[in-house]
Write a protein that binds this ligand. Sequence first.
Ligand code: ZN
Length: 152
Amino acid sequence: MGWRFLEPGTILWQEEMMKVKHIDHIGVAVKGIEAAGKFYTDILGLKIAEVENVADQKVNVAFIPITDSEVELLESTDPDGPVAKYIHARGEGVQHVAFRVENIEEALAELKEKGVRLIDQEPRNGAGGARIAFIHPKETNGVLVELCERDS
Ligand code: ZN
């Protein structure tokens, strides 16, 4: 399979494969939403649409929509939470990238069939009513990739 340029309107996914639609969001680990949010609001002129507590992942999440994607600022609510551990090990920064898929069950089944290591074998509830699952970063050159399905 060689590289080629795509004609406008070309469907980007292959038949019989999971449909990755667009980048749903970029998760950024921050020490505090209020301080970190100022860059997005005061400098870039974006708006924080909502802040949600996701108890499951021990974070508060601030949603900053940009067209059909979002930046999600992740602030830990617990020193033992995954975001706190991430910041402790690597500092603040991009923690994960989320791809919107049409059907997360089908996507996970396909990945398992292909022998891709997953962090989540089954979808779980994420912020904003999404159903999410993480792929193991060893499979993705160190990028923590989240798959995400939403109704909207
Ligand atoms: Zn996410």
